[in-house]
Design a protein around this ligand. Structure first.
Ligand SMILES: NC(=O)c1ccc[n+]([C@@H]2O[C@H](COP(=O)([O-])OP(=O)(O)OC[C@H]3O[C@@H](n4cnc5c(N)ncnc54)[C@H](O)[C@@H]3O)[C@@H](O)[C@H]2O)c1
Length: 281
């Protein structure tokens, strides 16, 4: 889809990392930006960065794990700007540790944000995007962890496999009705963001007050913080995403290693082998 100045972009998780970079890149193209995040001070910081640079943006505090909150976000976007041309379902959280130590609160939080955040947005935005009749595009942020697996992060990988699945299904359904709405799925490798400290945004209802954070969780969060610090800059990811949207490209990897990683997975599947655990780089 060709983006034209004045088009409207809605971006969740816009207070930090990849989401902030997407919001700033959208504004730099002249898009009007609806920035959404649960971390409100950081969300306002993003909007200030855009408006200080001469761009147009509003902040809509949103918890994507709550259907009503995402419905309010859609209302705010359509009421303020009258249309949505680009929807980036990017908000995401990470929780690590051994699978058998994970609680239902861990699962509900990670699935609530990483999968149901996208599902809520499909319900709130897509009917209006179809009805508008003009070209529009949806980018769902999954992860290379939605295509290959590794240890110690079961709920995260599972949620990202689901994010990939729902993106493929959405693309099929939209094509089946001839809707002018494109879909892409962003599958980043390691990116230098604050994902390793996702716990900062864990809602009260999904905190296990009667349980100490285990050594396995601490270890994985620290390893993720260290490895992502050496990752690609979020601004570079934003450039890759906008080039992919312009080309109507479904898969949006951030590194060439994507090709070997998925080839290795498919070879394992065809040979009926135990999945390899290639490190995500
Ligand atoms: N950083 C990486 O290496 C990497 C790799 C693959 C995929 N991803 C994915 O990229 C996306 C963006 O993450 P990031 O790396 O920029 O991390 P980040 O922590 O810097 O940004 C994530 C943003 O999502 C927001 N958020 C969390 N819960 C929310 C909720 N319930 N409602 C609304 N907003 C919420 C956070 O406040 C934060 O601003 C996530 O989906 C993540 O899983 C990141």
């Amino acid at each position: 889809m060709e983006i034209v100045a004045g088009d409207v972009a809605v971006i969740t998780g816009a207070g930090s990392g990849i989401g902030r970079a997407l919001a700033r890149h959208a504004a730099s193209l002249g898009m009007r930006v609806v920035a959404a995040d649960v971390e409100v001070p950081k969300l306002h910081e993003t909007v200030a960065l855009i408006t200080d640079a001469g761009g147009t943006a509003i902040a809509v505090p949103t918890d994507v794990s709550v259907a009503g909150s995402v419905a309010d976000l859609a209302d705010a976007a359509f009421t303020t700007y009258g249309a949505v041309h680009l929807l980036c379902n990017n908000a995401g959280v990470f929780s690590g540790g051994m699978l058998w130590e994970r609680t239902m609160a861990d699962w509900n939080w990670v699935m609530g944000v990483n999968l149901y955040g996208i599902v809520h947005a499909i319900g709130a935005f897509v009917p209006r995007m179809i009805a508008a009749g003009h070209l529009s595009h949806i980018v769902n942020t999954a992860s290379m962890g939605g295509l290959i697996t590794n240890g110690y992060s079961g709920p995260y990988y599972t949620s990202k496999f689901a994010a990939v699945g729902v993106s493929e299904c959405l693309a099929h359904d939209l094509r089946s009705v001839g809707a002018p709405v494109g879909v892409s799925v962003l599958v980043p490798s390691l990116i230098a963001t604050s994902i390793g400290s996702s716990d900062r945004n864990r809602p009260e209802r999904w905190i296990d007050r009667d349980r100490q954070r285990g050594a396995d969780e601490e270890f994985v969060a620290a390893a993720l913080t260290d490895s992502t610090a050496a990752g690609m800059a979020p601004d570079e990811v934003a450039s890759i995403v906008f080039a992919a949207v312009a080309a109507d490209q479904f898969w949006i990897p951030t590194k060439p290693s994507y090709h070997d990683q998925i080839r290795s997975r498919h070879e394992d599947m065809q040979a009926l082998r135990h999945p390899a655990a290639p490190p995500i780089d």
